[in-house]
Design a protein around this ligand. Structure first.
Ligand code: NAD
Ligand code: UD1
Length: 338
């Protein structure tokens, strides 16, 4: 049993991982500056897990605050979700991303060393593979970046690799997420971005709910079966269970740093996603084909083999479950706000 500090624990992925860790018998404490989340999320995590979940409101760039949280709660591992993730914003304001993501991670690591905690799971992204040179993407695929957000993820990965090489006492898991979607079955936690969503699934859900008029399909002339972009969508609860498996694995092995893809290996197109969402939830998602979005690739999906072989983990939930849970969260949130 571990006592795990979750930076960004009030966020979309962090809140689901909190639930999975609690279910696996670990103790958790969340640390979040609430820049992209609300404290009420923690109350929902408490309702799901049936146990108190401490929330420390603080910033990862504040070394003393992180040190205090680790010491006060006796944390012996950290899962690091805290970060900014909007690609367009990172192009417009790169310094904000280098400050929050890169400087924030360095400061977090300093605080961990101060407290003699060297077990870390880091949220990376398939964005570090850049334009795919072959598919499926395995962990040996060369890395490349196409925007400042992606560069912060790659810089952090490289920083962690140097740190692990210098001090073999570290136990670090770098997890490269593909496209996390869906919500916990309770409908209590899920993805609820501020403003107009950038990502496909929350956009579809808001159009289905009538909160946005229609979805723009970003291009239908890609070299894919139906011409629209193909991605590896993974249920957030599967992703969450992957974190529990990774934490268990790094504690049991001698490697100072390991990299694992968290994906399903299965690609779906934008049109696949729209029709699945309509069919499963019996709703309509008005959409129209528009121009391509700059920076998008035609297809991106994982080889999940290394995670399966080394973590004994694989995604179990299908596209129907992803669509149904997204809609349940949308409806539950609407009732709560009504
Ligand atoms: P999110 O915005 O819902 O969660 C991030 C949390 O971190 C938020 O609660 C925010 O308030 C907090 N935070 C941000 N900066 C902070 C700081 N300086 N100090 C303390 N807290 C801070 O995002 P998410 O989707 O849950 O993503 C979690 C992590 O996973 C991020 O690092 C993101 O880059 C990475 N990731 C996400 C996706 C995705 O599709 N959602 C894909 C790949 C990687
Ligand atoms: C995007 C980011 C990626 C980030 C990930 C998770 C870009 C270029 N990439 O990935 O760095 O890690 O989100 O936050 O922003 N689509 C539409 N209409 C929409 C929205 C999306 O057709 O309104 C299409 C896209 O063209 C793509 C697919 O849906 O083919 C998925 O898009 P999205 O959910 O934004 O994820 P990614 O682009 O894979």
């Amino acid at each position: 049993m571990m006592k795990v500090l979750l930076t960004g624990g009030a966020g979309y992925i962090g809140s689901h991982v909190a639930v999975s860790l609690a279910a696996a018998g670990h103790d958790i404490v969340c640390f979040d500056n609430l820049s992209n989340s609300r404290a009420a999320v923690i109350e929902h995590v408490e309702a799901i897990t049936g146990q108190p979940v401490p929330l420390v409101v603080g910033d990862i760039r504040d070394r003393d605050a992180v040190r205090g949280a680790i010491t006060d709660h006796g944390a012996n591992a950290v899962i690091h979700f805290a970060g900014l993730k909007a690609v367009g914003e990172s192009v417009a304001d790169p310094m904000k991303y280098y400050d929050n993501n890169v400087r924030g991670t360095l400061s977090l690591i300093e605080a961990m060393v101060d407290c003699d905690v060297r077990t870390l799971v880091f949220s990376s992204s398939a964005t570090v593979y850049g334009e795919p040179q072959y598919l499926p993407l395995d962990e040996a695929h060369p890395t490349a970046v196409t925007n400042p957000y992606g560069r912060t993820k790659l810089m952090i990965e490289e920083m962690l690799s140097d740190i692990a090489a210098a001090d073999p006492a570290w136990r670090i898991a770098v997890l490269r997420y593909f496209n996390p979607v869906g919500a916990h079955d309770s409908g209590l936690i899920g993805e609820d971005p501020n403003g107009v969503p950038n990502n496909l699934m929350p956009f579809i859900s808001r159009v289905a709910a009538g909160r946005l008029p229609e979805l723009a399909v970003f291009g239908d002339d890609y070299a894919t079966p139906d011409g629209t972009g193909v991605r590896d969508y993974i249920h957030v609860d599967d992703l969450a269970e992957g974190h529990v498996a990774a934490l268990d694995r790094i504690r049991a092995q001698d490697d100072a740093l390991s990299v694992w893809n968290l994906g399903t290996g299965q690609g779906y197109s934008v049109l696949d996603m729209i029709s699945a969402f309509e069919r499963i939830n019996n709703v309509r998602v008005p959409h129209r084909v528009g121009p391509r979005r700059p920076g998008d690739v035609a297809s991106c999906y994982a080889s999940p083999d290394r995670a399966r072989d080394e973590l004994g983990w694989e995604a179990k939930r299908d596209l129907d479950a992803m669509c149904a849970s997204t809609w349940r969260f949308e409806r539950t949130a609407a009732m709560r706000n009504a």
